[in-house]
Write a protein that binds this ligand. Structure first.
Ligand SMILES: [Zn+2]
Length: 503
């Protein structure tokens, strides 16, 4: 078997293992002039649907959006589509075009449970769900590899979303963490991911990160630093909820006396209870502090959903065709596997978590109502959460939190772009990057149409017709056929299962 060596600038190189662990060349094609004909548009900026329109994409840019059937208003005619040849026409009659989804919490993983996975497995599942950009908030594959894959994606050598690599920095010593941050900058990292650190190390991270223009995403867990302190340190985003209710609790977190942070079952079971311990008036003030420092809240509701309904999480319909054996093995209860802590998950735990969600969702909605930036992040690859599907599930849960589907789509597109400082994506607008999802259905009617499984919907005469799913994902003007991507993933899963059985 041959191995594929991809040489990149300087010392950067990615050696892909032979056979199943490599990746296929990109199946996406960028056109000189592409026409998306007769589409309804949800622009991602929160405006109502418009259309039908013709969208012209030139190279990687949206060149124009034109009324497909111009209606004259007060004597002035709507602009009509300029003539000229197209290399490709996509008939989007009856379909909705929205900006490509930006998943701001999407770890790149090439193995699970110690079992290697094809390197394009995750990427293809993401693309097939209309996800055109991911922020990788730290990957076990190592920053050099992730930066190299970001380049491969930019060059359209692999079928993958645009990758924005953040790198975990961690130390007991301020000088050492500064050196780490300079290294992140040198290798092309785009931001820092910060977990638990000593206060003096936090100060060093904030100082060095700001000097070098590397934004900070923090998953604070349980530590001295809370959301107020993190806001003052200038973090760009708070992931999950850690540190927010903590900042609104007078005194220490009130955990049971047997609690040990390093026991994941304790940590995950009781973490959400902090919402019930938080003082409402203080919590409101914490949100104002976050707001004053322009902190984005990336709640990642979906990754904890197993806590409120374990049986649902363990039996998602997409596991049948799309879950590699490695993923399912990793999800089984095992104190050694991160997030696989549910060996004794009780009715009481689920009841407690349902109540936690109600309070948590209320405050996320309140944060957005006050003008705070709320984004969509999946954190898939842990706790029964499969890539792509979980991003859509996150959108459903944000609707459950009380957001209008138009707002949910805004969170998933332009708000993500705002967090990542991507000024020319996240909105369907001339001059913006052609990052688009062409959806076979109306996501405002039902976000479920975005799932790769598609769905049965009432057709002519009331008969059920199978529709839905994102039909084409366009990343930087590169068109991917999502049915093909999903077929590739199903084939990977079939092959892996056949091998596993043979062992
Ligand atoms: Zn994560």
């Amino acid at each position: 078997m041959r191995s594929l060596l991809v040489a990149l600038t300087g010392a950067l190189a990615v050696v892909c293992a032979a056979g199943a662990q490599t990746y296929a060349p990109s199946s996406g094609v960028r056109y000189h002039r592409l026409l998306i004909h007769n589409a309804l548009v949800i622009d991602g900026a929160g405006n109502p649907t418009r259309g039908p329109v013709d969208i012209v994409v030139e190279g990687k840019t949206i060149a124009g959006v034109y009324a497909a059937h111009p209606v004259a208003e007060s004597g002035s005619a709507m602009p009509t589509l300029p003539g000229g040849p197209f290399d490709r026409v996509i008939d989007a009659t009856g379909m909705y075009v929205m900006p490509g989804i930006i998943d701001v919490h999407s770890h790149i993983q090439f193995d699970r449970a110690g079992i290697p996975m094809p390197h394009d497995y995750e990427f293809k599942l993401l693309l097939a769900h209309g996800i055109t950009t991911i922020r990788d908030p730290g990957s076990m594959q190592g920053p050099d590899t992730i930066v190299a894959y970001a380049r491969l994606s930019d060059e359209n050598r692999i079928s993958a979303p645009t990758i924005v690599p953040y790198v975990v920095v961690q130390s007991e010593w301020p000088d050492s963490v500064r050196a780490q941050i300079r290294h992140v900058k040198a290798i092309g990292g785009k931001g820092l991911k910060v977990f638990i650190n000593r206060p003096d190390v936090w100060d060093a991270i904030s100082d060095e990160g700001h000097k070098l223009g590397l934004p900070i995403a923090t998953d604070m867990k349980i530590q001295e630093t809370d959301a107020i302190r993190a806001s003052q340190l200038g973090v760009a985003s708070i992931e999950h909820w850690y540190g927010i209710p903590d900042a609104a609790i007078p005194g220490p977190q009130d955990f049971p006396d047997y609690y040990n942070y390093d026991n994941e079952a304790d940590r995950f079971r009781w973490g959400g209870d902090l919402w019930r311990q938080a003082d409402t008036a203080r919590l409101s003030a914490v949100l104002d502090t976050m707001l004053a420092h322009h902190v984005t809240w990336d709640p990642t509701f979906a990754i904890y959903e197993a806590n409120r309904d374990l049986a649902k999480a363990q039996n998602e319909p997409w596991f049948r065709d799309y879950a590699l054996p490695a993923m399912m093995k990793f999800f089984q209860p095992n104190p050694q596997a991160h997030g696989s802590y549910q060996s004794d998950w009780t009715t009481a735990d689920e009841v407690m978590w349902r109540n936690n969600y109600r309070i948590w969702m209320h405050w996320v909605r309140e944060y957005a109502a006050r003008g705070g930036n709320v984004t969509v992040g999946s954190d898939a690859g842990f706790i029964w959460a499969l890539y792509g599907f979980t991003t859509i599930r996150e959108m459903e849960l944000q609707q459950e939190a009380g957001f209008h589907p138009l707002e949910v789509i805004q969170h998933a597109t332009s708000n993500g772009a705002r967090l990542l400082g991507l000024a020319h994506t996240g909105v369907v607008r001339p001059g913006f990057d052609a990052d688009l999802a062409i959806v076979d259905g109306n996501p405002l009617h039902n976000l479920k149409v975005l799932y790769g499984l598609g769905m049965d919907t009432p057709g002519p005469g009331g008969k059920l017709v199978h529709r839905g799913g994102v039909r084409y994902t366009i990343k930087q003007g590169i068109v991917f056929d999502d049915h093909q991507l999903l077929a590739d993933v199903r084939a990977m899963v079939r092959r892996a299962r056949a091998t596993t059985k043979g062992e």
